[in-house]
Design a protein. Sequence first.
Length: 197
Amino acid sequence: MTAAPPSPSRPASPGAPDALASPGRRFDPEFAALYRAEFDWVFRTLRRLGARDADLEDLAHDVMVVAYRAFDAYDRSRPIKPWLFGIAFRVVSDYRRRARFSREELSADERATTPAHQESDLERAHARALVLAALDALPLDQRAVFVAVELDETPVPELARALGIPLNTCYSRLRLGRKRFAEAVTSLHREDAGRTS
């Protein structure tokens, strides 16, 4: 069972992303408000989609750069999070094609020296690590649908639209993702029990 790395610290309330404004283009105050409101959510979403902690802030900014460039074409009558999720999914897809991942094991010595008052933090970190390890068992297309629907409660039709896939494909990925996630959790629990027995 892999242990959770320390929770990455998200940038504290990013200000208006003036650096995104290109020469000759007036910065959009509506987008600045969106950036401030949704940056932390984008950051967490990228983590759930499998980005390494060390890369999260850069990737979150990448998502916001893409969103900024496409903001004029965004249909304001639609929910914003599925649209941002679609962008985050594409950014993570490109990132995962370029990167290799490894998760660090929490050694027995580290577990043995954990102070008692930190046990609840360790339990939460362990549960988080279990979820992330189970998510790692899913192909990215299933993982994305599972995360958006099960964790962010995105309606499937909105998600299908944001990802640019047929509705039935989205439902199929969700069904397969739920099945693989449940199987992965069961397998990880067995491995964990085998280590502690």
